[in-house]
Ligand binder design. Sequence first.
Ligand code: HH2
Length: 272
Amino acid sequence: MSGPARPPTADRVGRVRPLVMGVLNVTPDSFSDGGRFLDPEAAIAHGLRLVAEGADLVDVGGESTRPGASPVPPDVERDRVVPVVEALAGHVRVSVDTRHREVAEAAVDAGATLINDVSASLWPVASQAGVGWVAMHMRGAPATMQIDPHYEDVVAEVADFLAGRAAEATEGGVGEVWIDPGIGFGKTLRHNLELLAGLRSLVALGHPVVVGTSRKGFLGTLLDATSPEDRLEGSLATAVWALTQGARMVRVHDVRPTAEAVRLIAEEVGSP
Ligand code: HH2
């Protein structure tokens, strides 16, 4: 069983419009929406709301990967995501946000057609199932990744890592490979900014780039916004920045304003 894979939407001059991936965390502890959608009915209702607001994909996750988060046993994670994926897959393209093979496999069986993989290791599952794969860069593991991350040249190191994983996956038969710099995953504020400034180096690798800055802590630091809900302006500004640098998809909590901003820059400002 697989969900309807929406074809890329071309704008009126025939270019492919960037995509908006809506975040749906079926967890008690995600940094922004944790605890709000642990009940499957609430999660499904929110997923449908994201679709109505303009999400091209809904990204369903059952384990928080925020800095310091404790790992979740894969069977618990699987039981959280599967009913939600199953219910949403008939309405929208669904991705599963996981670093566990068994969860990815179960979600694909339930209708997910994209594996959003913060461990950048699950391409064999995508290859086997004939679905897409997102390789995200993370330094270390969520529990410890923010303890003094260090790079000589963060943009070059992240680009090298993603190029390697994407090449492996492509050779391994994955037809749709996305790459993601993993904003906030084992990175300081400066690393995050350098990656955003250097996004074109990732775009130049030739794989579609997805970027997730939505409501993240570095925006709180920069804009003095303690609560994740107060980071909309920073989330929108960085999403638009990423798209103007060539990213093809943004992963966001605030779907309606982002979808409006995307439409505005892709269809109006970008093609007068
Ligand atoms: N960020 C988060 C989770 N998954 N996947 C990709 N591809 N890119 C990202 O930047 C990314 C991601 C973290 O955000 P969130 O899911 O809202 O929080 P939590 O990990 O606490 O559930």
